[in-house]
Design a protein around this ligand. Structure first.
Ligand code: ATP
Ligand code: MG
Length: 366
């Protein structure tokens, strides 16, 4: 976490579709934060990227965007990109490029229900390793002796990537513990010591998942001075899914290799309702990009129907990662308050309110 300074510069990259509606909403919420002694002064820089930008200018992630993020910003918020349904020559996703250029090696997704909302209660954070596993895309096809095709894929698990994902998990467990101290005890879903659950399948994949498991375990064992107060357990990926649906309240921080993390985090999002509620952050050692989990939603773009909460919570995550946990807690509580009240909500939650009305209600609570 960065030292508290007075000014924080945030790059805003709305990109496509409803990104243009939900990123301004997140900005309005940041600007409406009550000014405590620790609260920074925000400066915002509007930056271009996206598929529409590619169609107009032939480039999806302009050099200027990357240079200004690196040179002037402490963090960023990214809206969403439209993914063309067919392959378009010369186009590749700007958020994937950003992750690579800024070495944002972990994707962090908190999935939490709203206390007192009558939903199944959960408050978990999934950390997905974001650089390797089967996603290295080393695939090939061969023909066997009978002339039939055989497809192969390599899976990479390195000590380096596993260790930094593990470190992120234990550090996040401590950060969440600190964040909870800003939330009234009655609204805290997780009451115990912070906990990290390691997901793997090392009973079958003893070499790759074995290395993952050993390396993540060693992060605690080698740093007992820092992480001695964090509980550690593990879960085979199949039983992880089963337990997550039956007993989601049993999890605090969950850390998983890329593919398992991808699957588990979509499953977890299903436990809390709309895509329009779930935030994420792409995190590296030097930079964070908050990003709602949803896409550009072309079916509702430009109609003030988009739920801004995923983007607003992503702004909270961004603040958490920059060391402003009290401000992040303020945002989460204001959002939860509006959701609990249940009067002002967008159509995805069964309401009739506009993006702007939901944003204003959250700002008013702040
Ligand atoms: P993309 O190509 O950008 O991924 P998509 O068509 O896959 O676009 P998603 O954004 O992934 O669209 O959304 C899937 C569905 O969820 C759509 O029907 C969309 O309207 C809805 N949805 C997504 N985000 C929101 C939101 N913030 N508020 C309300 N509805 C949403
Ligand atoms: Mg999509």
């Amino acid at each position: 976490a960065a030292a508290h300074s007075n000014k924080v510069t945030i790059g805003l990259i709305p990109a496509d579709g409803i990104g243009r509606e939900v990123i301004p909403a997140a900005r309005q919420v940041l600007e409406s934060l009550p000014k405590a002694a620790s609260t920074p002064r925000f400066e915002f820089i509007d930056l271009d990227a996206g598929f529409e930008h590619f169609q107009k200018h032939g480039v999806a992630l302009p050099d200027e965007t990357l240079a200004r993020l690196r040179g002037e910003c402490q963090g960023a918020l990214f809206g969403a990109v439209s993914s063309p349904s067919h392959k378009v020559a010369g186009y590749s996703s700007p958020i994937v490029a950003l992750r690579k250029h800024l070495d944002l090696y972990a994707n962090v997704r908190p999935v939490a229900s709203v206390a007192g909302s009558g939903q199944k209660q959960l408050d978990m954070l999934i950390i997905r390793e974001n650089t390797e596993c089967l996603y290295i895309k080393q695939e090939r096809i061969e023909t066997d002796a009978n002339g039939q095709k055989v497809a192969w894929a390599d899976r990479k698990i390195s000590e380096f990537a596993s260790r930094r994902a593990g470190l992120m998990a234990f550090n996040m467990a401590l950060m969440r513990d600190k964040l909870r101290s800003n939330i009234p005890a009655s609204e805290r879903l997780w009451q115990g010591k912070p906990k990290v659950t390691i997901v793997h399948k090392s009973n079958v994949l003893s070499v790759t998942d074995g290395l993952w498991r050993e390396t993540v375990r060693s992060v605690k064992e080698q740093n007992l001075d820092r992480f001695g107060g964090v509980d550690m357990d593990e879960q085979l990926v199949d039983s992880m899914v089963y337990r997550m649906f039956r007993e989601p309240e049993a999890f605090d921080v969950v850390v998983a290799p890329n593919l398992y993390g991808d699957i588990i985090s979509d499953g977890a999002a299903a436990l809390v309702g709309s895509l329009g509620l779930v935030p994420s952050a792409n995190v590296g050692d030097n930079f964070v990009v908050g990003e709602p989990v949803h896409g550009s939603a072309p079916d509702i773009a430009g109609q003030q129907k988009a739920n801004p909460i995923a983007a607003i919570r992503s702004a909270g995550l961004l603040l958490e990662h920059m060391g402003y946990s009290a401000e992040a807690a303020n945002i989460y509580q204001a959002v939860d308050g509006v959701l609990r009240e249940g009067q002002i909500k967008t159509p995805d939650l069964g309401g009739k309110s506009t993006t702007q009305e939901v944003t204003d209600a959250i700002c008013k609570r702040l």
